[in-house]
Design a binder for this molecule. Structure first.
Ligand SMILES: Nc1ncnc2c1ncn2[C@@H]1O[C@H](COP(=O)(O)OP(=O)(O)O)[C@@H](O)[C@H]1O
Ligand SMILES: [Mg+2]
Length: 274
């Protein structure tokens, strides 16, 4: 029987990169997970499988408790997972993610954290600043606050949400650069969006050279996390200073060379011992 690779919320193309395996795609939102007698089972309307490996590609959907439950069950079962569960769980929360960035010595912006969005008025930064509510990707939950009037409006909506928020200075950047590492391969890409978020309505992607200092820090972060794949987003200001905004250990691969897919598949195969 072919080994079974479960792709959770992932792209359609993974079967091509695991020709000797059976690749099954399921969505976390539609699945029930069972751990029984040391084995992991995952069920949805298309059937039930016991995976030999998991490729966790849950991207820009709202973080839910079920995701951490499923991750813990993967860890309990010992099923090979890319990224490893411990790494995914750190990246799953924005605050632990920011802590990892700090610990790895990346140049993080001086951010503030408020435990409750209802108390966002505690932010002490000058305008303009960026307010990020909870842990969402793909540009979701992020606002550029330019003045008192837009801050009042934003707070009135934040009052309806129930999460933490961070605030950081707005960098009027020259370049938005995403570094990505898969296995031992590292590359960087600049992105331009229609508005201030480079990853929303993205108009252009361009592969660019990596900077030695940032490359070393990104590689250090990746090995500290024990991750197979990792992206770090930077903005570079007009003076040439780079600031790390976040890392994402379930990054989208579009815009990057297709070879990265094969490298990611290879790292998971290594974890499966095949
Ligand atoms: N403090 C900031 N200053 C300027 N631009 C920012 C700032 N924070 C985020 N952005 C822009 O918004 C994009 C998305 O923000 P990011 O923190 O990477 O969150 P995510 O990609 O998870 O939604 C960044 O790539 C960048 O273009
Ligand atoms: Mg980002």
């Amino acid at each position: 029987m072919k080994p079974k690779v479960l792709v959770v919320n992932g792209e359609r193309y993974w079967q091509d990169y695991f020709p000797d395996c059976e690749v099954i795609r399921k969505k976390i939102q539609d699945t029930t997970w069972v751990y029984r007698k040391g084995k992991l089972w995952v069920a949805d309307k298309d059937g039930t499988i016991s995976p030999d490996a998991v490729l966790w590609r849950v991207g820009a959907i709202p973080p839910s408790g079920k995701q951490t439950v499923a991750l813990d069950m993967i860890a309990l079962s010992g099923v090979a997972c890319s990224n490893p569960v411990a790494s995914l769980k750190k990246g799953y929360d924005r605050l632990s993610m920011l802590h990892e960035l700090q610990e790895a010595g990346l140049p993080v912006l001086p951010f503030e954290v408020i435990s409750d969005t209802k108390a966002a008025s505690n932010v002490s930064l000058d305008f303009p600043f960026v307010l990020k509510a909870g842990n969402y990707h793909g540009g979701y939950g992020k606002m550029l606050i330019k003045n008192e009037a837009s801050w009042k409006d934003a707070m009135s909506v934040l009052y309806l949400t129930d999460t933490y928020c961070t605030a950081e200075p707005f960098v009027d950047y020259e370049e938005d650069i995403r570094y990505i590492v898969v296995g031992e391969t590292i590359m960087a890409m600049t992105r331009k969006g229609k508005g201030w978020k480079a990853n929303v309505d993205t108009q252009s992607f361009k592969i660019v050279g990596t900077e030695k200092g940032l490359k070393t820090k990104v590689l250090g972060l990746k090995s500290g996390l024990g991750a197979d794949i990792l992206a770090v987003d930077f903005v570079k200001d007009k003076q040439g200073n780079s600031f790390a905004l976040e890392y994402n250990d379930i990054p989208g691969l579009s815009g990057f060379p297709q070879s990265l897919r094969g490298i990611l598949a290879k790292t998971l195969r290594k974890r499966m011992n095949i």
